[in-house]
Each structure stands twice: as C-alpha cells, then as structure tokens.
Write a protein that binds this ligand. Sequence first.
Ligand code: KMH
Ligand code: ZN
Length: 280
Amino acid sequence: MTTQKPVIITAAICGAEVFKTDSPYVPYTADELAQEAAACVESGASIIHLHVRQEDGTPSQDRDLFDKAIQAIRSRVGPVPIIQVSTGGAVGMSVEERCQPLELKPDMATLTTGTVNFGNDVFLNDQTSIEAILSKIQANGVIPEIEVFDTGMVDTSLRMVRKGLLSTPLHYDFVMGVPGGMGASPERLDFVRSLIPDDCTWTVAGIGRYELPMAQKAIADGGHVRVGLEDNIYIRKGELAEGSAALVREVVQYAQQAGRPVASPAQARKLLGLPAKSNA
Ligand code: KMH
Ligand code: ZN
C-alpha cells in the first residue's frame, strides 16, 4: 500500500480586502486573529497566512500589530502553526511598509513575483521591488512562498533562480481567480503546475466561488491547499462561512475522500524544509 502525501492546509484568515461589513466573521484584533487561528489549526490547518488590521479594520503592515498578533497566536494555539506573514499588504502600500513584519523573523513570508491588475487596482511588484522584498526576506532568515497571480510570475521566479537570487526547491502558491490575474480552471492549474521544477511544492488559492472546487482539484493532483476568508467568504452559494475554520473543515473532508492525510504543523515543516520546532 502506498502512503499518500499529507495535504498542507493554509488558512488565510484575514486578508486586506474583506471587512466585517462583508462578513462578521472576519477577524481584526490580535485576540480575534488568535481565536480564528486556533480554530483553523484545530480543524487541520498547519500554516496561518497572516495580515493584520487596525482596530477599525483598516489593513496595516505595522510591525507592532503583527508582533501582538503573532504572540497571541503562539500563546493561544497549540500545536504552533507555521506563521506566514504577508509582504503584499494592501494595494498602494510602499515596499518599506509592506516589509515591516519581516523584522519579527516569522517562519515564512509571501513574495509576489510580478505586477497584476487587482480588480480596479494594480498590485505593483516591479523587479526592483521584488528583489528588495526578497533581500529583506533573506536577511531575516525567512522562507519565501512565491505568490503567482499570473503564469509569467513563475517565469520571473525561475529567472531569479538562474540569476542566483532564489534557490530551489521553492514553495509556490497559485492564486487563481483574481479579476485581472489568471482565471481558475483545472486546465490552467495543469498548465501553471507544469512550469515549476519537479522538486518544488505548490498550493492553490482559488478566489471566491473557485476556492473549494480548486481545493478539490489540488488534492486530487497531489498539491496543497489554501482557503480562508481572505479569498472567499462563502461556504456555499449565498451562505457565509462562519469563519475560516469552516472552510478548513471542508478541505479536510476532501482530503479524507481522496485518501490523503492532513499534515500537522510538524509534518508541514518537514515537507517545506523549515526547521523543526518543539511545540509544532
Ligand atoms: N492583498 C493583496 C494586494 C500577499 O498576502 O502577499 C496582496 C496579497 C498577497 O494579499
Ligand atoms: Zn494575503
């Protein structure tokens, strides 16, 4: 009997574009973020993709707000998940602003390797900015997750490998369904996956109604999955998910149906080449 590869579930619990006016379950404060992270880890998530907010819900990349949130998560959640901070922040933020949480030396951080239209906005990541963010990621000993909103972003990451700026194996997140970026479909996932080197790992974040179908496809294809209110607030058409943990539980069911175990934080660390932690 072959043992199937465990599925790493990332919970994107907060983001920068959804508000309590969209769903009352979106967490803002350190306490709310920690409570939400705990529910997600109990349900099967091993990575928490983290953004933070000011009290009134305004998206922020403030170092102290991240510090409070990470401390709250680490003290509340056991086993301690992999903390992956956003360096994307919200559209319009400067590189300096976006990089603040890296000073806290989290386990991982996102690195978007290209500019993309983002609804009516532009998520700006020119080459100079990508390299500036990467050098701060590396200076703080943080492992990047390459965020791919369009297929050319894989090419850019591979060019950076050839230039010696990045090294494989890399972990990729294919974000599918942002208006302005690549769409979400099985065929597109097959294609974008075919571009990355064999030793790399990948996860899929389907946006909006594509979140759960793309999760199912990723599980069937041996990949990993990201879900959460950052990307989608509905559990079914017209029915709000009562927090990101409800979406994580849905993914756990898909994994069970496909015969794949769900990775613990310790297993996820191993699969992603992160150093082990005693309480993971
Ligand atoms: N909020 C988006 C503009 C990331 O976390 O690195 C960028 C984003 C990606 O969410
Ligand atoms: Zn994000």
